[in-house]
Design a protein around this ligand. Structure first.
Ligand SMILES: Cc1cc2nc3c(=O)[nH]c(=O)nc-3n(C[C@H](O)[C@H](O)[C@H](O)COP(=O)(O)OP(=O)(O)OC[C@H]3O[C@@H](n4cnc5c(N)ncnc54)[C@H](O)[C@@H]3O)c2cc1C
Length: 385
């Protein structure tokens, strides 16, 4: 019988799981432990509107939590006793549970030790620190040319800073494919960003870091060094329980991990439908969908529907607002359905082996439900590739 539920993590996966449990009629106690000092907030604006200053700090907080949840901020889970069904908290308290939701998310990967002082953007305090630094600095080097790195680059350039982005790979190709990444790269270059290719990786120089060294040793100096080089799943607190590894916490098709334990969000890795290999999908929409599936699985077991990924993610940079449904897989063909990247507004589809696998809007108002349909719809005949 499911009575006490404990949720570890205080962000979107945790809050969604708690809401879903209540909506499904669970009326037992739900305790949420979060090691952050803040009430739950929304992360995507941290590298977009909030960093630019177009969104206020207050606007990033989620709606107040339901009164029937026991939310404990500044509370860190340090261990899990699977056999006794207890979450062990720092300070010694133990929380017994009948059902556990692991929603401990991920943290920013760092290149240097804490004294290197590199900035990252993972939580609200990180974003406030970076915003403050960008308002006084003249130059910034950003390590990482993915979504996050390029969003920060776009904002920093908008603020008039000298901006360098350094990466092992060409920016955004892994996320966007060559066509869209090419346009974004040209937009970055046109805005005056310096892109540095460092195939052998980089390291930080100085304490605190004042430069980034590439493989050939050329120092990239700047007032501010930001690392935006991916994230690491927060699984360390599970050490000793037999659950979780460096790649994340492996779930089954219903987001279950072990008897009475489910997981959702950035901490999760699952076997991909495309590659048969475990992979994470660290996106806001995936965290919500997985949390709903995990809550149902906790209450209904095998009767719960399987989680069906329906990837949706977005980015804002260089004046382009891009929303993507589906997955742009290696070897995809790009189709411009309407508009053009040069005009700054377009509707795109991607196909592989003749089947549509993804669709995107670029500065184009289309409801997400419609975009999802387009991500599976045949490509209209007269499109440009
Ligand atoms: C700057 C930024 C911009 C982003 N932009 C986008 C975007 O545009 N579109 C998109 O789709 N996605 C975006 N993402 C990704 C999205 O925010 C994540 O996928 C989402 O936040 C994952 O939610 P989560 O609840 O799984 O984990 P998280 O948001 O990582 O939250 C996990 C929580 O658990 C807490 N925690 C960890 N360990 C413990 C412990 N042992 N005890 C107690 N608490 C613990 C953490 O402090 C944190 O509060 C962005 C992420 C960042 C950082």
């Amino acid at each position: 019988m499911m009575r006490d539920v404990v949720i570890v993590g205080g962000s979107i996966a945790a809050v969604t799981a708690a809401d879903a449990l209540r909506q499904q009629g669970h009326d037992g106690p739900i305790t949420i432990v979060s090691d952050e000092r803040h009430a739950p907030y929304v992360r995507p604006p941290l590298s977009k509107g909030m960093l630019k200053g177009t969104e206020s700090v207050d606007s990033v907080f989620m709606a107040p939590l339901r009164a029937d949840l026991d939310f404990r901020p500044k509370t860190r889970a340090r261990g899990l006793d699977l056999g006794r069904r207890r979450v062990l908290l720092e300070g010694g308290e133990e929380l017994p549970y009948d059902g556990l939701v692991v929603a401990s998310g991920a943290r920013a990967r760092r290149l240097g030790p804490p004294e290197a002082g590199e900035l990252v953007v993972r939580d609200l305090d990180d974003a406030l620190r970076l915003r403050e630094s960008l308002t006084t600095a003249r130059s910034v080097v950003i390590v990482g040319g993915g979504f996050l790195g390029m969003e920060i680059a776009s904002t920093a350039r908008g603020l008039g800073l000298d901006v360098t982005v350094v990466d092992r790979d060409p920016p955004l190709v892994r996320q966007f494919g060559a066509f869209l990444a090419g346009h974004m790269t040209r937009a970055a270059l046109a805005a005056g960003v310096r892109l540095v290719h460092a195939p052998d990786g980089v390291r930080l120089a100085g304490t605190p870091a004042t430069a980034v060294l590439t493989g050939d040793g050329a120092p990239l100096e700047a007032d501010v060094i930001v690392t935006a080089a991916g994230d690491l799943p927060n699984v360390e607190w599970l050490a000793g329980s037999g659950l979780g590894g460096p790649g994340g916490l492996l779930v089954d098709e219903r987001c279950r991990v072990a008897p009475g334990v489910v997981a959702a969000g950035d901490v999760v890795t699952r076997v991909s439908d495309h590659t048969d290999l475990p992979r994470r999908s660290p996106h806001w929409g995936s965290a919500i969908d997985q949390a709903r599936a995990a809550a149902l699985a906790l209450l209904k077991g095998d009767e719960a529907p399987e989680y069906r990924p329906s990837p949706y993610y977005w980015t804002e940079q260089w004046g382009l607002d891009i929303k993507i449904c589906g997955r742009i897989l290696p070897g995809c063909e790009t189709h411009v359905v309407t508009g053009s990247m040069e005009e700054g507004s377009a509707l795109l589809q991607w196909t592989r082996d003749g089947a549509t696998v993804a669709a995107a809007t670029v500065n184009h108002r289309m409801p997400v439900v419609k975009l999802r349909k387009l991500a599976a719809a045949p490509v209209p005949e007269r499109t440009t590739g």
